[in-house]
Write a protein that binds this ligand. Structure first.
Ligand code: ASP
Length: 413
C-alpha cells in the first residue's frame, strides 16, 4: 500500500480485503490469524505506560487545586456527570436494540467454542464477576510495581492520580524536571501508538479474514447492527443530551451552539483526535463568545480526561461483545462497566484508536473475553471518527457551561 494513502483508508481497505479473503478461503484463513494476534498484543502492550503517564500528567495539570480552584472542580464534576450519562446511554441503546443478538446458532456455537479455548488459556477470566465492593477495595494496590506488572488497570489509575496530585504538592523546582520527563515519556508513547497503528491495516485484514473465514458473512450483518446502534447512541447524546445541557446550563440556543462549533466537530471527525482538534475548538468557542480564560483551561483538560463519545462506545461495545459470546451481564456487572468506562475515559489519550485500547480494560474487569475486540476492530475507525466528534462537542459544551456559571451570564459573541 502506498504511503500517500491515509491510514484510515488503509484500514478500511484492510477490512474489505479481509472480508474478501475470508469469504474465498474460509477456515484456511486461520493461517494468518497470528498477524491479528500480534496486533492485539501490540495495542495491549501500550496500555499500562499510556495510562500511567497520561493520567499522572492530566492530574498534575488539574491538581493545582489552589490555583485552578472552583473551575477545576466544576469542570471535573461536569465531565464525570456527562460521561456517566453517556455510558448509561450506551448501555441503554445496546440493551434495547441488542446489536449482538441475531447471529445464527452455528456461528454462536463456534464463537463460544473459541471462547472456551480462550478461557482455558486465561484462568483470570474464569474468576467470578467481581462485586462492586470488591472492585472498590481492589482499586487500592498494595504494591504499585506489581499492579503495573500484572496490568491491574484500576490500580494503575489509582497510582497515577495519587502521583499526579502529589506532584503538585511539592515545590515547582522539584516537580518540574519530573514533569518534563513525564511529558517526554507521554509524547513517546503517543509515537509508539502511531507506529503500532501503521500495522493496523494488516492486523485488521488478518483478524477480519480469519473471523469471516471461520464464521461466514453473518458476522458482518451483526457488525452493521453494532455500527448503527453505536452511531444512534452517539447522535442522541450529542444532539439531545449536549443540546439540553447547553440550553439549561450554558443558557444559549442549542442550534446556535451546534452551528458555531461545527468546524471543530468536523475536524474531530476527520482526524479522530481530540488533541489535534484543540486549536479549532478554541477558535469556535471564541466565535460563541466564551472567554479564553475558561476555554483554554477546559478544552485541553477535556481533550485529555473527558470522553463522552468514547465512554458511550465502550458501553455499547461491551454489551455487544457479551451478547455475541452469549454472556449475561448482571446489573452489578453493568454498573462496573459504568465505573470502568468512566475511569477509562479519564485515562484515554485524545488520539486515534486510544478508546479501543482502553476498551480492553473495561472488558477485562467484567470478564468479557478480550478477543472480542477483534470482532469490532474492522469498523473501529468509523466509530472512532464519530465518537471523537462527540468527545469534542462535549468539551465545548462544558466550556460554555463554565463561562456561564462563572460570569453569571451566557457568552455573547
Ligand atoms: N480518538 C478519540 C479521541 O481522540 C479517543 C478514542 O479513541 O476514543 O477523542
Amino acid at each position: 500500500m502506498s504511503k500517500k494513502i491515509p491510514l484510515h483508508t488503509k484500514i478500511f481497505i484492510g477490512l474489505v480485503l479481509g472480508v474478501i479473503i475470508g469469504l474465498i478461503f474460509g477456515p484456511k484463513t486461520r493461517a494468518i490469524e497470528f498477524l491479528g494476534t500480534i496486533f492485539i498484543r501490540l495495542i495491549t502492550m501500550i496500555v499500562v505506560p499510556l495510562v500511567f503517564f497520561s493520567l499522572s500528567l492530566g492530574t498534575a495539570s488539574l491538581g493545582d487545586i489552589k490555583k485552578l480552584g472552583r473551575i477545576g472542580l466544576k469542570s471535573f464534576l461536569y465531565f464525570c456527570l456527562t460521561t456517566a450519562l453517556a455510558i448509561t446511554m450506551g448501555l441503554l441503546v445496546a440493551n434495547l436494540l441488542k446489536p449482538g443478538i441475531g447471529l445464527n446458532d452455528q456461528v454462536k456455537k463456534e464463537l463460544l467454542k473459541n471462547y472456551q479455548q480462550t478461557v482455558e488459556n486465561r484462568t483470570s477470566l474464569l474468576q467470578e464477576k467481581p462485586s462492586l465492593i470488591s472492585v472498590l477495595v481492589n482499586i487500592v494496590p498494595t504494591n504499585p510495581i506489581k499492579a503495573m506488572a500484572e496490568g491491574e488497570m484500576l490500580q494503575v489509575i489509582f497510582i497515577a492520580i495519587i502521583f499526579g496530585l502529589c506532584l503538585t504538592f511539592i515545590t515547582e523546582e522539584k516537580s518540574k524536571p519530573l514533569l518534563k520527563i513525564f511529558e517526554a515519556a507521554n509524547d513517546t508513547i503517543l509515537q509508539v501508538i502511531n507506529l503500532v497503528m501503521k500495522f493496523a491495516p494488516y492486523g485488521v485484514l488478518a483478524l477480519v479474514a480469519s473471523i469471516i473465514g471461520q464464521f461466514g458473512a453473518g458476522i458482518l450483518l451483526t457488525l452493521l447492527k453494532y455500527v448503527l446502534v453505536t452511531i444512534t447512541g452517539l447522535a442522541f447524546h450529542a444532539l439531545v443530551v449536549d443540546g439540553l445541557l447547553v440550553k439549561f446550563l450554558g443558557k444559549i440556543k442549542p442550534s446556535y451552539f451546534f452551528k458555531k462549533t461545527s468546524d471543530a466537530a468536523l475536524i474531530a471527525f476527520s482526524t479522530s483526535s481530540s488533541n489535534a482538534t484543540i486549536p479549532v475548538a478554541l477558535e469556535c468557542l471564541d466565535n460563541v463568545g466564551v472567554k479564553r480564560e475558561y476555554s483554554s483551561f477546559v478544552i485541553p483538560l477535556g481533550a485529555t480526561i473527558n470522553m463522552d463519545g468514547t465512554a458511550l462506545y465502550q458501553g455499547v461495545a461491551a454489551i455487544f461483545i457479551a451478547q455475541i459470546y452469549g454472556l449475561e451481564l448482571t446489573l452489578g456487572a453493568q454498573a462496573t462497566i459504568v465505573l470502568m468506562a468512566l475511569l477509562a475515559s479519564v485515562g484515554t489519550a485524545g488520539v486515534p484508536g486510544a478508546g479501543m485500547i482502553m476498551l480492553a480494560m473495561v472488558l477485562k474487569q467484567v470478564g468479557i473475553p478480550l478477543e472480542g475486540v477483534a470482532l469490532i476492530l474492522g469498523v473501529d475507525r468509523l466509530i472512532d471518527m464519530c465518537r471523537t466528534a462527540v468527545n469534542m462537542l462535549g468539551n465545548m459544551a462544558a466550556s460554555v457551561f463554565i463561562h456561564t456559571s462563572e460570569e453569571k451570564r451566557p457568552p455573547v459573541a
